[in-house]
Design a protein around this ligand. Structure first.
Ligand code: MG
Length: 360
C-alpha cells in the first residue's frame, strides 16, 4: 500500500476529512449519526446472517457502542486504531472492525444482491435509450444517470429508503435537479467530449473509483464509462477490496461486468479488446484515503490520463481538494447536509467537478 501514483503532490496529500477532535459540534453530529446508523446496519445484518447470528450482533453492538461512548468521553482514538486523528474515516474503520470482528462483514449483502438483479434486468433498456440519443446529447444524460444511481446509498439515512423501494431509474433521473448543479463544470467537460460516433475521447485511459453496487454501478457508472470506451478510452474500474455498506467490491464488479457483457454485445467487444480492467483499491470503507492504495491500482493507473471519483464519500467527503497530475472528474449526489454545506449546497444537490491535471 502506498500513495496513489497520480496525486499532484503526494507529500502534501491529506484526506479532506473533518477534525472530530477539534470540532465538538461536528463530533456530536457524526457520533450520533454513526450510532443511529449502526442500529439500521445491525437490523440488516440480522436478515443477512439469520437467527443464528444473534450473539454476533449483540457483540458487535456492544463493541461499537463502547467505542462511541469512549470517543464521546475522550475523542482521541482508542484501541487498535490508536493514532491521534479522529475523522469520519476513523469512525468508518471502527464500524467495519466491529462488524468484521464478529463475522458480520457484509451486513447489506441481501439488499446488494436484490438490487444487482433488478439493475441488471433494467440495464438493456437504459443502454438502448442512451443509444437512441444523438452522441452530443448523451453526455449530460449519462452524468445525470450517475447522479440518479448515486441516490441508492445505504450509508445515508436520508437515502436508505431508495434502496428498499423497487428500482425506478427513469423516474429517479427525472427527479435529479436541473442545471446549474451545486458544482457545475459540465460546460467545460462537454466542450471536450466527443460529439460524433467517430470522434475519439480526450483521454486514453481513465481510472474510475466506483461507489455503490446495484443501480449506482450498473445503471449509472457503467453506461457512462461504456460510452467513454466506445470512443476509445481504456477503463480501469477501481473498487473496494472488502465490503462496506452497499459499496461494490472488486470481486463483485468483476462478476457484474461478465453478466452485463452477456446481454450487451458492444460491452463484450470492448472487454475482449482489453478496454476494461478491474482492480482492487485495497480499501475497505466508503471513503478513500489516497495515501494508502494497493500496488495493483498504482500499476494500472501509472499510464492513465483521467481520474474519476464517483460518490460523495470518495469525492467531496475525502478528496474535495485533492489535485491530480492528470485531469479529474468528481461526480456525486450530496446526501448529508454537513458535507453538502462544504460546497455551498443542500441534500440532493449534484456535483460535477472537472479539473485539468497539474502535469499540463
Ligand atoms: Mg457507498
Amino acid at each position: 500500500m502506498s500513495h496513489f501514483c497520480l496525486l499532484a503532490d503526494p507529500g502534501k496529500y491529506a484526506i479532506s476529512d473533518v477534525d472530530l477532535i477539534g470540532d465538538a459540534e461536528a463530533r456530536r453530529y457524526w457520533l450520533g449519526l454513526f450510532e443511529n446508523h449502526f442500529t439500521d446496519t445491525l437490523a440488516a445484518a440480522k436478515i443477512a446472517y439469520g437467527q443464528s447470528s444473534a450473539e454476533q450482533i449483540e457483540n458487535a453492538n456492544r463493541q461499537f457502542g463502547e467505542t462511541i461512548a469512549s470517543l464521546r468521553a475522550d475523542p482521541r482514538p482508542v484501541g487498535s486504531l490508536g493514532n491521534m486523528r479522529l475523522g469520519v474515516v476513523e469512525l468508518c474503520r471502527f464500524r467495519e472492525k466491529a462488524l468484521r470482528d464478529n463475522g458480520l462483514g457484509d451486513p447489506f449483502r441481501h439488499i446488494k444482491q436484490r438490487e444487482d438483479i433488478s439493475a441488471i434486468e433494467a440495464y438493456p433498456n437504459v443502454i438502448s435509450h442512451i443509444a437512441s440519443l444523438p452522441v452530443e446529447q448523451r453526455w449530460e444524460r449519462l452524468i445525470r444517470g450517475v447522479f440518479a444511481g448515486n441516490i441508492f446509498d445505504l450509508g445515508s439515512t436520508i437515502t436508505m429508503g431508495y434502496a428498499e423501494d423497487r428500482v425506478d431509474f427513469a423516474a429517479t433521473i427525472e427527479r435529479i435537479k436541473p442545471r446549474p448543479w451545486a458544482v457545475d463544470d459540465f460546460d467545460s467537460l462537454e466542450a471536450i467530449l466527443p460529439t460524433s460516433a467517430v470522434s475519439a475521447a480526450p483521454w486514453a485511459k481513465a481510472v474510475v473509483f466506483v461507489d455503490n453496487t446495484g443501480v449506482d454501478f450498473i445503471l449509472g457508472v457503467m453506461p457512462f464509462v461504456r460510452e467513454l470506451a466506445a470512443h476509445g478510452s481504456q477503463i480501469v474500474l477501481a473498487a473496494n477490496e472488502l465490503p462496506s455498506l452497499n459499496d461494490v467490491t472488486a470481486d463483485e464488479a468483476d462478476k457484474i461486468l461478465q453478466q452485463l457483457a452477456d446481454v450487451d454485445e458492444d460491452l463484450a467487444s470492448y472487454i475482449s479488446a482489453g478496454l476494461f480492467e478491474i482492480v482492487s483499491t485495497g480499501n475497505g470503507i466508503p471513503l478513500i484515503d489516497l495515501a494508502e492504495v494497493s500496488d495493483e491500482l498504482n500499476e494500472a493507473a501509472a499510464d492513465a490520463d483521467l481520474v474519476i471519483l464517483e460518490g460523495m464519500g470518495r469525492s467531496i467527503e475525502s478528496n474535495f481538494n485533492t489535485e491530480f497530475t492528470v485531469d479529474s472528474i468528481q461526480l456525486c449526489l450530496l446526501k448529508d447536509p454537513t458535507i453538502a454545506a462544504r460546497v455551498g449546497g443542500e441534500v440532493f444537490d449534484c456535483v460535477c467537478m472537472y479539473r485539468s491535471g497539474t502535469r499540463d
